[in-house]
Each structure stands twice: as structure tokens, then as C-alpha cells.
Design a binder for this molecule. Structure first.
Ligand SMILES: Cc1ncc(COP(=O)(O)O)c(C=O)c1O
Length: 395
């Protein structure tokens, strides 16, 4: 059993009960939120309107069905905002994610796209109405068939390993996906047992070159020709990027256009097309407010770090956009700073550099932006430091 998080009552100085349009305390600005907050921990911020805008971008532009990769941020407010924006599909990996989505959006269509699942997860998913299952080897296909009692209504998605060499900042090669000849054999094996059959791939997260999707489609084309197997669906996975300093991608429409072009070139436009964006749907819709507890030269010691929402800032040295919120009026020259997180671990350090006003000092709040994906979702309570406060900022 896991130990429940300490109750909010253990931290009496939290936010009062506000109007909660997104099930969260909601404010018109960060300044309003900070005036109301008397806690000691970092604050996680969601900007529901930015998440809505990202959902609309995909619903209007992606040439197929957009399915949200829940792992990027499973907060109920994110799930409900996406649902309210018109998104109906959710890619889940675990029993908890299945239950989280169904409790926030009971009519959601779930896609269990993790290539390795426990037998209990498969049974739970099928009983919960899931019909989309990914697999990348014969043993996993066998598990799915046994645990669904050879169901005749399965939509099976073969996860492919793409040849390496894409442009993603976070390649996903090497762990999952069937290699070429295995994929050929698996397509032939799965065809007779699948009500619907498809292939799926992932070009890697934060893909910086829209042409990676065309290369992936070309690979699929060759594979299907070798296998001689008809499929019904093609899932282009995630990988759609967000702008971070030093990692500014092409506009999202360029990705959609390349995919649409590839689908046409290879004659896939008659198939059911699926995409599984995670980062691109919620990355810009979340940030973290961290307080400076101590300044030593250009080093800022914060109440949030790599065991909180700043994992990628530490481990991948990503430089997120930052803004200072201070009682002091000055917003003078910017200087470069490093961040240190609150835990005792020396890995809890974010080199940045992060440009902030030169007079940044103890008590100032730093908003670290574009952390809505794989930031808040990765936070732990290591060393007793954790944010228990998520707010919505409107507008
Ligand atoms: C199966 C699957 N689909 C979708 C995603 C979402 O990827 P991204 O956040 O890069 O869009 C991931 C991320 O790891 C994944 O593993």
C-alpha cells in the first residue's frame, strides 16, 4: 500500500475556496493567486484556455483523430478541459490512468497503447470497455487474446520500431517496437484475430523536424508491401513539439501538412488515421510557481526542483521560459541564474541558465513556464517537498 499524501489540513495556510470553474481555485492572474496564497510549497498552475486552444489546433488541423496521451498530465482539470474542447479519445497506459479518465470523462474512448501490460491491466481495460490494444511481440499479443478470452471485437495496433536517426529531443528508440521482419510476421499473425488491425509508431518526443513523420510513413509503406497485409488504421503517435528556449519548432500546421502529404503520397488516406499528442496538448498550458528561499550569488535555491516538476530541467538541461513575480517594483536588467531544488540530493540542480532580473531575491516567486506536460506529472514527494496546490489562471 502507498501512504496517502498529507491532507491539506496539515497545511492550513492554503487557498480559500473560490469559484471553481475547472474544479480548481481559479484566479484572473498569477498576482491575484500569490496574494491569496500563504503556503510554503510551490504552486502548480494550469491555464485551461491554453489547453483548449491546443486542443482546437489538433481538432481542426490534424488529419485524423486526436487521442490525448494521458501520461503527459493526468490532472482531472486537464482531462475535463480536453473533453469540453471536443477531444474524445485518451491514450492510457495503466489501470490508474484508465480509472482517472473514466472518472473525469465517463464516455471517453480509451486506447491502451502501452506495448507491455500486466494481465490484470488487460482484463481491467477490457471490462472497462477498452477495445484498442497495442502490442509489439507475439507474447504480448498472446496475453491480450487470452485475457480478453479471444474477443472478436479487438482493434489491435502493432507498435513499430522506427529506424533510428530522427530529430526528437527525447528519442524513444530501443525500448519498444517490433523490428522490420518481426513486424512483418506479427502483422500476418494478428490479421486473423483482429476485428480491426493497425500499426502505430512514435517518432520520439519533442520532434523538431516535421519530415520525420514522412520518413516514418515511408517506412510503414515498405513494411506493408513486404507483409502483404491489409490494415484499417495508422497511428502516427505523439512527438508534436512545444516551444522551449533553444528548441523552437516549426508551426504545428507544418507537421499536419507533412503528415497529410505523406498519407496522400503513400495512399494511406483511406485508413483511419490517429495521432497521440501529449506534450503539445498541455505543455504550454501549465507552469510552476517556485519561491526563492535563498540567493547565493547567481544561485537561486527554490522550493521546487528535479524531484518536483523540474525533472527535465535537471536531467535534460532544458531551459524553460521564466518570469519573476516580486513585491519589488524593479524589473531591471536580466542576469543568468542557476536553480537548485529543495532536496538534499546534489542532482537536484538545474543549470539553465535562466535569465531573471538582476535583483531577484529571497521571497520572490519565479514562474517556470511550459511545464504542463511531463513536469507536474513527474513530481514526487521526495524529502517531504511536494506541491499540493494546483490552481487555474484564466485568460
Ligand atoms: C505510446 C505513446 N503515445 C503518445 C505519447 C506522447 O508523446 P508526446 O508527449 O511526445 O506527444 C507517448 C510518450 O511517451 C507514448 O509513449
Amino acid at each position: 500500500m502507498f501512504t496517502p499524501a498529507p491532507s491539506r489540513l496539515a497545511h492550513p495556510a492554503l487557498l480559500p475556496d473560490f469559484d471553481r470553474p475547472y474544479g480548481l481555485p481559479a484566479f484572473n492572474s498569477i498576482e491575484d493567486a500569490l496574494k491569496a496564497y500563504d503556503g510554503d510549497d510551490a504552486i502548480y498552475v494550469l491555464y485551461p484556455q491554453k489547453i483548449e486552444a491546443a486542443a482546437k489546433t489538433f481538432l481542426n488541423g490534424f488529419p485524423g483523430t486526436s487521442v490525448y496521451a494521458v501520461k503527459a498530465n493526468p490532472h482531472p482539470a486537464v482531462l475535463k478541459t480536453l473533453w469540453a474542447s471536443g477531444l474524445r479519445g485518451f491514450d492510457v497506459a495503466s489501470i490508474r490512468e484508465i480509472d482517472q479518465v473514466l472518472s473525469a470523462c465517463p464516455d471517453a474512448e480509451l486506447y491502451l497503447m502501452h506495448p507491455v501490460k500486466s494481465r490484470r491491466t488487460i482484463r481491467h481495460a477490457y471490462a472497462a470497455g477498452v477495445r484498442h490494444f497495442a502490442f509489439d511481440c507475439a507474447a504480448e499479443l498472446g496475453k491480450i487474446l487470452v485475457e480478453t478470452q479471444d474477443a472478436d471485437d479487438l482493434h489491435l495496433h502493432l507498435r513499430l520500431a522506427l529506424p533510428s536517426g530522427g530529430s526528437a529531443s527525447m528519442p524513444l528508440e530501443g525500448k519498444y517496437g517490433a523490428a522490420y521482419q518481426d513486424a512483418v510476421d506479427l502483422l500476418r499473425a494478428a490479421r486473423p484475430v483482429a476485428a480491426r488491425l493497425g500499426v502505430c509508431f512514435h517518432v520520439g518526443s519533442q520532434c523538431m523536424d516535421p519530415a520525420d513523420y514522412i520518413r516514418a510513413l515511408s517506412y510503414v509503406d515498405g513494411l506493408l508491401e513486404t507483409a502483404g497485409v491489409e490494415i484499417e488504421s495508422l497511428d502516427c503517435g505523439g512527438g508534436f513539439p512545444v516551444a522551449y528556449p533553444g528548441l523552437e519548432p516549426a508551426p504545428m500546421q507544418a507537421y499536419f501538412d507533412r503528415i497529410a502529404k505523406g498519407l496522400k503520397i503513400f495512399g494511406f488516406d483511406g485508413l483511419e488515421i490517429i495521432g497521440e499528442p501529449g506534450r503539445a496538448l498541455c505543455g504550454e498550458g501549465g507552469s510552476t510557481l517556485a519561491r526563492v528561499e535563498l540567493r547565493k550569488g547567481q544561485d537561486l535555491y527554490l522550493n521546487e526542483g528535479s524531484y518536483g516538476s523540474l525533472f527535465d530541467a535537471a536531467q535534460c538541461a532544458w531551459k524553460y521560459p521564466v518570469k519573476r513575480h516580486s513585491d519589488s517594483a524593479s524589473d531591471g536588467d536580466l542576469e543568468d541564474f542557476r536553480f537548485f531544488g529543495p532536496t538534499c540530493d546534489s542532482l537536484d540542480a538545474m543549470a539553465g541558465p535562466f535569465a531573471l532580473p538582476a535583483d531577484t531575491r529571497e521571497g520572490d516567486w519565479i514562474e517556470i513556464c511550459h511545464l504542463g506536460a511531463y513536469g507536474q506529472a513527474l513530481a514526487t514527494n521526495f524529502n517531504g517537498f511536494q506541491s499540493e496546490t494546483t490552481i487555474a489562471v484564466l485568460g
